[in-house]
Design a protein around this ligand. Sequence first.
Ligand code: PMP
Length: 886
Amino acid sequence: MCGIVTKALHEIPAPPPSHTLLWEMHNVQETLHEYMPWIKDEKLLCWVKKSLDLYSRTIEPLESKLRRGWIHNDFNDYNVLAVPKISGIPDVGLIDFGDMTHSYLAAEPAVACAYAMLDKPDPLEAAVMLIRGFHQHFPLEEKELEILFPMIMMRLCLSLTLGAFQQQNDPENEYLGISQKPARKLLEQLQEVNPRYAHYLFRDACNLEACTASFEFRNWYQNAEGSFHGLLGEALNPEKTAVLDLSAGSFLSAKTDGVSLEKQQNILDEYLRENNVEIGVGKYTEARSFYAAKEFLNNSIDGQEKRTIHLGIDVFAPSGASIFAPIDGVVHQLQDNQSPLDYGPTVILKHQPENGPEFFTLYGHLGRECLQQLQIGQVIKGGMPLAKIGNSNENGGWLPHVHFQLILDLFDFDGNYPGVALPSVKNVWSSICPGPGLMLGLGSESTAEEIDSGKLLKRRKNVFGPSLSLSYQDPLIIVRGQAQSLIDSRGQFYLDCVNNVAHVGHSHPDIAKAQSNQAYVLNTNTRYLNPLNIEYAERLCALFPEPLDTCFLVCSGSEANELAMRIAGTVSGEKDMIVLEEAYHGNTKANIDISPYKHDGPGGKGAPEWVHEIPVPYLYRGLHRDPETAGKLYADEVEKICEKLSTQGRKPSAFICESMLGCGGQVPLPEGFLEQSYQHVRRHGGLCIADEVQVGFARSGKHFWSFELQDVVPDIVTLGKPIGNGHPLGAVITTRKIAEAFANGMEYFNTFGGNHVSCSVGMAVLDIMEKEGLQQNALETGNWLKEKLEALKESFPLIGDVRGEGFFLGVELVLDPETREPAPLQADYVVERMKSRKILLSTEGPGHNVLKFKPPMVFNQRDAEHLLAELEQVLGESPLQQNRRV
Ligand code: PMP
């Protein structure tokens, strides 16, 4: 909007006004000098003087070249009126043209930035966003970008200085002091920002190469190719060197994460051995997930962003190996950066090549002795030994390696310098710190390639059928899972609140081990006698109440339900199925037939003649809402169908029902519903199938199986999803009697069901659940969370209902608590915004308005607190205060 307005005003031909206004940028120096004496706060005065000095130095050579024109000159939050929308761009308007003047055009975005930056966790991020938008509508010139940051400071100084003056004249006016607070805080924060860094950020926001020195450097660097001395003495021998993939989604990164340094070294050594090389090289601009210390976190507008982009090249060689200077230089900084996961002993050399610009090289994770042996100012000739590679006790706690980085602008850093950058400013930092590969004699393979999401999406669309859906407006590129997190290609962690498949946590090492170890040994079908699948089936059956003691192993939840239907059909001799509206039981033809969620939804053709639906037993929204009577009344619906079938001379084959409803909208069943429904069905000769694909394996916290919440014992139970933690495994559990009746002569064979690798994984899931006390965790953390979510209802009438058990919760959003009209757009908004804040949720239910919560069972108390805090933040956002019917 600021850019659009500037463009429109710029076209006004009117001449500049003859009088002078207080807030004009072209008079700022005079104004400040005049009013500065009113500032009584010493610190503030000092910052204002410093800022004025910066501005004066910067503006002097530029003044006559800066474009001037009419500007609004007061783009602040109070002058911009916005009607936020639940989706799309808000309607906006601008008021108060009282300060409109003819001045530097650059002052317009500078003023807007000064206000946009107030009270922001990362003020520069806000400025960058504004400048990027502004530039799209009104392109800024390079010289304007140079003065922008000092101008932002000037606006803050003006505001604070004139504020001090006003306060002096109106000492009783408390408001004046309060309104100045954020500006004072921001001015203080900006004292720490190197103006050149801000300049680079702003250049990048306008699609210019960020670092102005990089053009000259690049010319020199390319011409100097081949003239550098080897970092390890000799040039790296390509035959003996492997470029490692240490990116967030790499096997090496996943395998070395969280294990001891000794194990990490073994893994690396084994990798190098297998590849028949001696030296490993870690890539430049690679997005890595292993920078775990809090120093790598940055508070950004949308929550925390992790610094993950590697700005140097790592050379992995044994500790004690000598490092040589690749080029002539002078020792510029020496420092022991001792914090855990920092550089340890670090050397920075300054270089002034003959026909090139000054630049620096950084060597991190060195042995401590170089700090004594080298001296600041010491001349180092190219090829001279500089230091040794440090060991893990001295190098910040890493495997022995040297981090080598080029630096074109050292800013004010003293002995330490960022070696990893935030992905959002990758271009800026890679401009300031160009690729060191060329200096090390490495080719383009030493620079990481970023995955292009647009291209990937296109390939996906080309190769997969279009009915395959993708989450989020701007899909995530997920490259790795870890416990309750999913990690994207930029190394950012997302808290996974919806994946009940990764039951014991994503990529659990015990699961990976169980799978891999068994794959070495045997993986075949169930036609041979072998203890493994028998033991697994015994363990699984032992988790069920009597008389559920017999097991069929399959490969998915869909397959389990298919088999359950077949068993019921064979045993009862009937075909008719009773199902719940909105139910989903799987993706095969027969499962779609019994899944109203699909066959009554888009593209569906309705229920086949043999499928009979009862209304969803949904206390909040359903036909019957009194918890005292609802269970019986909904069970009566089951009976009605049985009776109707009976009048037609038919009987139900089976009644299938999830023990808590998933696609139906995270709905727990009303008390007594299953018990009475089962009675009706059994009386009419049918079987009762409990679909525990979503809700089995202790998700409710209270019980291992969710049908136990209803105090029933089904005839058949189907299992999937969590049973294999992502490995394709499923099971059907039934009684011996039913299994025998099913064995009517037709063999049941399943090529993959019950294979040894799957059983091994299934067993590992059970082991981990026991070992890590996951049922108890679901109970305690889930209950705590549910209570807190319920409390949120008080502050947010958008929350109509909070329900569920343990780690299976639903939060239903409504436009009006009275009418309970669903709020699907608001639910989508919450899901998208939570994703921006790195929390994964999704919606469920017929009205697409239920936020579903069913995380990996390792979700912990800290995660719950984080989820709540973020949810509260998002629910308070202005688009959710609009369009509501309350
Ligand atoms: N039953 C229920 C209740 C489900 O939610 C699903 C999958 N969402 C299935 C069965 C089918 O399982 P799968 O996708 O593993 O075949």
